[in-house]
Design a protein around this ligand. Sequence first.
Ligand code: HEC
Length: 218
Amino acid sequence: MKLPLFLGILLLMAVITAPFCTREHIQDLSGVCFESKVLPVFQSNCTQSGCHNSQDREAGYDFTTYESIVKHGIQPGDYRKSDVYRVMVTVAGRMPPAPYNRLSDAQLTNVAQWINDGALNTTCVDTMTCNNTDTKYSTAVKPILDTYCNGCHGTTSGSGNISYATFSGVKATVSDGTLLKSIEHTGGISPMPQNGNKLSDCNISIIKGWIDAGAPNN
Ligand code: HEC
């Protein structure tokens, strides 16, 4: 009878502890991914010339890499105490400053959640699975441009006189070939996104698929 009793106790312990293990695991999985959801927010919206890139380091901040982002103004575990988050939601003196667009609610939520999760350098599964069957402008291409490009090019007076505020502005860089060359880092033009990581092969293939289909406004 001793062995079954021992097994019974083991089973009981497993039942008691399992929910906690599971919950922690799910929490990890549900955390906001730094690499795909937070790094592009900083790189695309904060690193313009004269701002927080590795050369200019305006006010001492460089938002081009994980290591430099977490150096100051981020309080892991508490977004409300993080100066970097506070200036993003402030009304007077907000960052990024006008004429650049204010961060979207989704971007702010991701930054806040990432800080509350401990501001970790997380990379994630969703960057590894490529769904490039959808190459529509509105549902596939525009979200990529919004995430990686429009911190700089999202206003009517976009950086380098390239404005992605309207479809026709995007289309102009398809017609002259610069959009594709800039993201593929070919053709001797400035590699894009400036100060950011090269787009994933998946995102490049989505934009390419849309261009190959004639770059429709669909
Ligand atoms: C941090 C700011 C910033 C981000 C983010 C950014 N750009 Fe740019 N982009 C610029 C600046 C500044 C220029 C003009 C100066 C230059 O050519 O280097 C430019 C120029 C360009 C040009 C013209 C290049 C040429 O030589 O004719 C294209 C096309 C372009 N960007 C597309 C993009 C795309 C697509 C993305 C996103 C994948 C992107 N940019 C992200 C700042 C940015």
